[in-house]
Design a protein around this ligand. Structure first.
Ligand code: ADP
Ligand code: MG
Length: 633
C-alpha cells in the first residue's frame, strides 16, 4: 500500500513539504523531518547550518543575507541590520531604549506606529529608503526558504516558525506577516521552549513540568512549561533581553584589551578592524573551551602580535560572572509558576551559549542538581522541534497521522452504471468487507463484477481496476439470487475480490493492486474531481436510483399482469385501464431525464396497483391452502 499522507480530518492528501524555522535574534535555521529524525538543512554550497540573522544592503539596496552580510558589520555598520527580532512587531515607543545598542538608524518621524529602519542612499542620486522589521525578517526567511528549496529541488510554500514564549500577539502576527512576505504560508507559530521540548520528545511523557533555559547570543529566556496529556502550556517566562554569549565575548575582549594596551601599547578600541579581530579571537577561544581545557590565542595587529594561553579555570570564572545574572530570572519564573526547583521534572538547554560546560553546571545547580537535556545541539534544538511540529501538521509522522490507508474508495459497478463503494477511502488496512448483491434481470446465469476505484457516482468517471464474471449461476427471477461480494485488502495493498453465489456455492475471485500505476498526483486529481462534482454526482445518483426503481416497478406490473391474465380481467374495466395507463406513462417517463416525474409516476403506479396485487396475493394464498389440504388428505 502506498504510504499516502492523509489529513484524517479533511481527507486531503498532503504532498507538500512543511519546513520548521527558528527565526533567531542572532542566528536562524531551517529544519525538516526525514523519516523519524529531524535534521537541520545546511547550505548546498557552504555546508553551513546556521544563517546569521543579518541583512546587508548594498549601494543598490540589494539585500545580502547571512554570513556574507555579517562580514559587512564592521565596514558598513549603518547598512547592516542585525538583531531585527528585537524590533519585530513593536512600536517606536517600545524600542526607544534599544536604540543605543544598534549601529543602524531607526527613523523616529516615520515611527508613530511601526518602527522603520532607515538606510541612506549608498550612491549619489539614490534616496534614503525605509524598511520595516517585518520586511527585514522576511528577507531572512526567504534565504531559509531558498536553502530548503535548493536542498529538495522543489518549491516550498509552508512552514512552522518559532517565537519566544513571551512574544505578544503583535509580535506573533508580525512574524506571520514576514512569512507571508517571504512566500510562506505560516501554518503555525509555536513557542521556542515548546519546540525544544518537542525535539527531545518530551511530549511523549504525557505529563510533567519542564524548565527551558535558553541562553543565546544576546538574549536569555527562561520558560516553565506544564505538559498535560501531551499538550504544552506556558506557566511563566522570564529572562534578560540583553544577556547572552555576546557578553562572554565582551568580558574576554575587555580583559585582553587591557593586556594588549599594557604589553603592546595598542588601544584596540581606536581601530575598528583591530576590535573586530579581537572579538573574533575571543569568540573562537570561548568555543574552543567547550571541549578543551586550554586554548592558545594569537591575534595580529599589523607588525605586533598578541599571544596568550587561556585555561578553563580562568575562563569559567569569567563565564560565571555572566551567567550569575540568569539566576534571578529563573527563580522569579519558578515563583510566578508557584513552583520550587524540586517540582521541575526536566531541564532543557537551548541556545549556543549553553554548550559551555560552566553554564551547564550552573543550570544544573539552579534546578536542584538535575542533569539537563543536552544531547541535541542547543543552537539547533528549536529548529528541530519546529520540524517535528511541521511534520505532525503535514501528516508526515508515522505514529500520528501516517496510516496505511486506501487513498480512494474501492467498489463495484451496479445497475445503471453507478458505483457502490465497498471499502471506503481512508479505511485502515488490512481490511475485509463483504456485501450482498442480487440480480436485476430475470434468469441471469452470470453476474458481471466490475471492480472500480474512485469517489464518483458513475463508473465511467472512476478508475476501472478489473472485471470478471461469476457463472454459471442457477437462473432465478430478478432479486432472488444472493451474491456475496468480498473485498479483502492486505497490508501490501493487494486487493482480492471474491464473488460467491450463496445458493449454489459457486465462487470466483480475482486479485488486483489498486495503487499499481497510480501516481499521487492522480489520486489528488481524483479526489478533487469528486469534490468539485459532489452536487452533480448526488443528482446523478438520485436519478439513477429513481430510474432503477421506476423500471423495476414497470417490469413488475407487466410481469404480474402477464402471469395472472385471468385475475387481471376480473378487475373493473376502469381499473384495468388505469393500471395500463399509469404503467405506460411510467415507461415513457423512464425514457426522459425527468427524475421528479419518474419518482411521482412510480409512487402513483404503486398506489394504482395495490388492489390488484392484493387480489393476486389472496389468490396465491388460496391456492397454496388448497394444495396443502389436498396433500394432507
Ligand atoms: P540566538 O538564539 O540568539 O539566535 P544562538 O542560540 O544561535 O543565538 O546562540 C548564539 C551564541 O552561542 C553566540 O554567542 C555564540 O558565540 C554562542 N556559541 C556558539 N557555539 C558555541 C560554543 N561551542 N561554545 C560556547 N558558545 C557558543
Ligand atoms: Mg534562539
Amino acid at each position: 500500500m502506498a504510504k499516502v499522507p492523509i489529513d484524517i480530518r479533511t481527507g486531503a492528501i498532503k504532498t507538500e513539504r512543511l519546513i520548521g524555522i527558528d527565526l533567531g535574534t542572532t542566528n536562524s535555521l531551517v529544519a525538516y523531518m526525514h523519516g523519524d529524525e529531524p535534521s537541520v538543512i545546511s547550505s548546498k554550497t557552504t555546508h553551513e547550518k546556521i544563517v546569521p540573522s543579518v541583512v546587508y544592503f548594498d549601494d543598490n539596496f540589494a539585500p545580502i543575507v547571512g554570513s556574507l552580510a555579517k562580514e559587512f558589520q564592521i565596514q558598513r555598520p549603518e547598512r547592516t541590520i542585525y538583531s531585527v527580532k528585537r524590533l519585530l512587531g513593536r512600536a517606536f515607543e517600545d524600542i526607544k531604549t534599544e536604540l543605543d545598542h544598534l549601529s543602524y538608524t531607526i527613523n523616529p518621524d516615520q515611527s508613530d506606529k511601526v518602527c522603520m529602519i532607515e538606510i541612506q542612499g549608498g550612491q549619489a542620486g539614490k534616496e534614503t529608503r525605509h524598511f520595516t522589521p517585518t520586511e527585514i525578517s522576511s528577507m531572512i526567511l526567504k534565504a531559509l526558504k531558498q536553502r530548503a528549496e535548493d536542498y529538495f529541488e522543489e518549491p516550498i510554500f509552508k512552514a512552522v516558525i518559532t517565537v519566544p514564549a513571551y512574544f505578544n500577539d503583535a509580535q506573533r502576527q508580525a512574524t506571520k506577516d514576514a512569512g507571508k512576505l517571504a512566500g510562506l504560508d505560516v501554518l503555525r507559530i509555536i513557542n521556542e521552549p515548546t519546540a525544544a521540548s518537542l525535539a527531545y520528545g518530551l511530549d511523549k511523557q504525557k505529563d510533567g513540568t519542564i524548565a527551558v533555559y535558553d541562553l543565546g547570543g544576546g538574549t536569555f529566556d527562561i520558560s516553565i512549561l506544564r505538559l498535560d496529556d501531551g499538550i504544552f502550556d506556558v506557566l511563566s517566562t522570564n529572562g534578560n533581553t540583553h544577556l547572552g554569549g555576546d557578553d562572554i565575548d565582551q568580558a574576554l575582549m575587555s580583559r585582553f584589551a587591557n593586556e594588549i594596551k599594557a604589553q603592546l601599547s595598542i588601544d584596540i578600541f581606536e581601530n575598528q578592524s583591530h576590535k573586530q579581530a579581537l572579538r573574533h579571537a575571543s569568540e573562537q577561544a570561548k568555543q574552543a573551551l567547550t571541549n578543551e581545557d586550554e586554548t592558545h590565542i594569537s591575534v595580529d595587529f599589523g607588525d605586533k602580535t598578541f599571544r596568550r594561553i587561556l585555561n578553563l579555570e580562568e575562563f569559567d570564572k569569567l563565564v560565571l560572572s555572566v551567567v550569575e545574572k540568569t539566576k534571578r530570572p529563573c527563580f522569579q519564573a519558578l515563583k510566578d509558576a508557584e513552583l520550587t526547583p524540586e517540582d521541575i521534572d526536566a531541564v532543557v538547554l537551548v541556545g549556543g551559549s549553553t554548550r559551555t560546560r560552566a553554564v551547564k553546571r550552573f543550570v544544573s545547580e539552579i534546578f536542584g542538581g538535575k542533569t539537563p537535556y543536552d544531547s541535541l545541539n542547543p543552537d539547533e534544538v528549536v529548529a528541530l522541534g519546529a520540524a517535528v511540529q511541521a511534520s505532525v501538521l503535514s501528516g508526515d509522522n508515522d505514529d500520528i497521522l501516517l496510516l496505511d490507508v486506501t487513498p480512494l474508495s474501492l467498489g463495484i459497478e451496479t445497475v445503471g452504471g453507478g458505483t457502490v463503494p465497498i471499502i471506503p477511502r481512508n479505511s485502515k488496512v488490512p481490511i475485509r468487507v463483504g456485501q450482498e448483491f442480487t440480480t436485476s434481470v430475470d434468469n441471469q446465469t452470470g453476474v458481471d463484477i466490475h471492480v472500480v476505484q474512485g469517489e464518483r457516482e458513475l463508473v465511467k468517471d472512476n478508475r476501472s481496476l478489473a472485471k470478471f464474471t461469476l457463472k454459471p449461476i442457477p437462473p432465478l427471477p430478478a432479486g432472488m439470487p444472493r451474491i456475496l461480494v468480498i473485498f479483502a485488502l492486505d497490508a501490501d495493498g493487494l486487493l482480492s475480490v471474491t464473488a460467491k453465489d450463496q445458493r449454489s456455492g459457486k465462487e470466483q475471485s480475482i486479485e488486483v493492486k489498486p495503487t499499481y500505476g497510480l501516481e499521487d498526483s492522480e489520486v489528488e486529481r481524483m479526489l478533487q474531481d469528486s469534490m468539485e462534482h459532489a452536487q452533480e454526482d448526488f443528482d446523478t445518483r438520485m436519478f439513477v436510483e429513481a430510474k432503477v426503481e421506476g423500471q423495476a416497478m414497470a417490469d413488475s406490473i407487466e410481469h404480474t399482469i402477464e402471469r395472472n391474465k385471468v385475475l387481471f380481467e376480473t378487475l373493473s374495466t376502469e381499473e384495468q385501464e388505469a393500471v395500463v395507463k399509469i404503467t405506460n406513462a411510467l415507461k415513457e417517463a423512464l425514457l426522459t431525464e425527468d427524475r421528479e416525474l419518474i419518482q411521482n409516476l412510480t409512487v402513483q403506479a404503486n398506489e394504482q396497483t395495490t388492489h390488484f396485487a392484493q387480489v393476486v396475493m389472496n389468490n396465491a394464498v388460496g391456492e397454496a391452502l388448497r394444495e396443502k389440504s389436498v396433500d394432507d388428505v
